[in-house]
Design a binder for this molecule. Structure first.
Ligand SMILES: Nc1nc2c(ncn2[C@@H]2O[C@H](COP(=O)(O)OP(=O)(O)O)[C@@H](O)[C@H]2O)c(=O)[nH]1
Ligand SMILES: [Mg+2]
Length: 575
């Protein structure tokens, strides 16, 4: 046994043991098939065969519906071990028949570990018919030890699970006994399998059944030509002439299958010939890994890229959410309506602007008066501003969620993911999360606290302490908050005098108290602090999407591991 090779195959197998293709990216059905086929062949054939190179041969009898597979198996073993017939149940379990001496090996799940075994035979030893997805094991003394026959489902079955099972069983075979008929041998499905046998250099014998006596020569010659054209000229070809059969359960007379029986018997007694068959199929399957595994790694890369794209579009949606928030801070809309009304209560009318420089003193008096006249007019302004900023955050988060969902719905992988996650798009994910409002108001309140702290510490500066004190921290704070939204960009005409003026006036006032440079710094700090808090909220909002992607699909290094594992198998591949 080649221990290094076995270890390399086990490593390869481990890397396949994940949900590598969770989402509808590219031709995901084909990706999943390729994965299943590869891991299936490792489990069903390569690993067990390498671990027990001298174990009995498994010859799988494959071919189209009604080709005579079951009749052939029964005829070869001289007993009705498997059910022939045109109208048989499509869900019947495949039957493996072996010499009693080999029963222990085939009954153990060393090979085809995924198929539970059912032993015994209907009507013979009282055994069950075998549920779908099981493997029926029957024994027959007529069959020489060292070689088992497996009557596989039809490769062209109308039931897809049967077709898949047929392919799985053929991939587990040391030897294919491929059965076809005079009328079917040119069909496409059998040839797609035969091409696969050629690609993987699987040991193969062809049995041409049901050939009218007079057509034996030309049909055999034609099939021989076709086999040669497909590079399968070396495969033994047995022609079985069409014989009258008394019933659909009838077996062919011994002489009709004698050449096949003899060939199989010789194979089973000749250890060298048997080893050659094993080596041919095993080397072929191992060599095929050299292309199949890297091809699968490419599929894995495609899946990963698709998942990364889902993440990227969500990030883009939330990045543009942040830009929308920035725009909302600039466009002055926030300073209209309620904020403006409260500002006017607070300060007086908009024409204060015009003679601002000379009237700072007067303004201060007005503000001071406002404080003494009413309990806390700055508070109302603050509340108005708070709800304005909250609304802006909510709109930002709603917009980003909507854009993220739209982007996902536009991608098959995104639709697939949303469906799989059972997320109700319109109800939940397409809008900001339900606790957003409370989070936003908490963030805005914390921001206001931060702004007040800013003003407070700036106000303790020796040069400004007197001027600042005459306004009070709260009104200075409110003015700084308004100044954060200072930009006349996007506001036109009279609104500059109103909404824009609100902010500009605040700014001018602050400048008169703290100086231009300090106000620029304060405004910058206040704006950045708000942005940071909003960014944090949006990050959490975004994670509702990205958490669906976390841990999904192949790891970053899976395809590299697969390629390495394939190389390792190739390097140790000499049997
Ligand atoms: N006359 C005749 N009928 C056959 C022959 N081989 C198979 N049949 C019949 O063809 C039908 C299908 O055969 P079966 O062995 O069940 O085909 P399978 O689908 O490949 O397993 C059955 O009714 C068989 O009796 C043959 O050589 N001669
Ligand atoms: Mg059959």
């Amino acid at each position: 046994m080649n221990v290094g090779l076995l270890a390399a195959l086990k490593t390869l197998r481990q890397h396949l043991d994940h949900d590598l293709f969770p989402l509808a990216i590219g031709d995901v059905a084909a990706d999943r098939r390729a994965l299943k086929e590869l891991s299936g062949q490792l489990d069903d054939y390569l690993l067990p065969r390498l671990a027990a190179i001298d174990a009995p041969l498994l010859a799988v009898v494959g071919g189209s519906t009604g080709a005579g597979k079951s009749t052939l198996v029964n005829s070869l073993v001289g007993a009705n071990v498997t059910e022939p017939g045109v109208l048989r149940p499509t869900t019947l379990a495949p039957t493996l028949v072996c010499n009693p001496a080999d029963a222990a090996w085939f009954t153990s799940t060393s090979i085809l570990p995924g198929l539970p075994r059912v032993t015994g035979l209907p009507g013979i030893t009282g055994g069950g018919r075998g549920e779908p997805g099981t493997l029926r094991i029957a024994t027959a003394d007529r069959l020489p030890a060292g070689l088992a026959l497996l009557d596989a489902p039809d490769i062209d079955s109308i039931v897809s699970t049967n077709r898949e099972l047929a392919a799985q069983l053929l991939a587990a075979a040391d030897l294919w006994l491929f059965v076809t008929t005079a009328s079917r041998y040119a069909d496409e499905v059998p040839w797609s399998f035969l091409r696969l046998a050629r690609e993987r250099s699987t040991a193969l014998a062809i049995i041409l059944q049901r050939v009218p006596a007079e057509a034996c020569e030309p049909v055999t010659a034609d099939l021989t030509r076709l086999l040669r054209e497909h590079g399968l000229g070396d495969a033994p070809l047995f022609t079985v002439p069409e014989l009258e059969l008394p019933s659909e359960h009838a077996r062919l007379p011994a002489h009709a299958v004698q050449p096949i029986a003899t060939w199989l018997a010789r194979l089973s007694v000749d250890a060298r010939a048997r080893a050659a068959v094993v080596r041919q199929t095993l080397s072929g399957a191992l060599d095929s890994l050299g292309t199949r595994v890297p091809a699968l790694a490419d599929r894995v890369d495609r899946q990963r890229a698709g998942i990364a794209e889902l993440r990227a579009v969500v990030e883009k949606a939330y990045d543009s959410g942040m830009s929308a928030f920035d725009e909302g801070m600039r466009d002055g809309l926030l300073l209209r309506g309620e904020v403006l009304a409260r500002w006017q209560d607070f300060i007086g009318t908009g024409d204060l602007m015009r003679s601002l420089e000379s009237r700072i003193g007067w303004l201060r008096d007005r503000i001071t008066a406002a404080f003494t006249g009413r309990p806390a007019p700055d508070k109302e302004l603050r509340v108005a501003l708070e709800s304005g900023v909250e609304t802006l955050i909510r709109a930002t988060a709603d917009g980003a969620a909507e854009r993220a969902v739209e982007s996902w719905l536009a991608m098959p992988a995104g639709r697939d993911l949303l469906e799989q996650s059972g997320v109700t798009v319109t109800g939940r994910l397409g809008r900001a999360s339900s606790d957003l409002s409370s989070r936003a108001s908490a963030a805005v309140r914390e921001w206001q606290g931060y702004v007040l702290d800013l003003v407070r510490s700036e106000g303790t500066d020796r040069r400004t302490v007197a001027r600042a004190a005459s306004f009070g921290v709260n009104s200075l704070g409110v003015m700084l908050m308004l100044a954060v939204f200072a930009s006349t960009g996007g506001i036109t005409g009279i609104e500059i005098g109103i909404a824009g003026g609100t902010s500009l006036l605040s700014q001018k006032l602050l400048e008169a108290i703290f100086g231009d440079q300090a106000v620029r710094t304060l405004t910058q700090s206040a704006r950045e602090d708000l942005r940071r808090r909003v960014r944090e909220i949006l990050d959490d909002e975004r994670s509702r999407f990205t958490s669906l992607l976390d841990g999904l699909g192949p790891a970053d290094d899976t395809s590299a591991h697969l390629r390495d594992a394939a190389k390792a198998v190739q390097e140790r591949g000499a049997l």
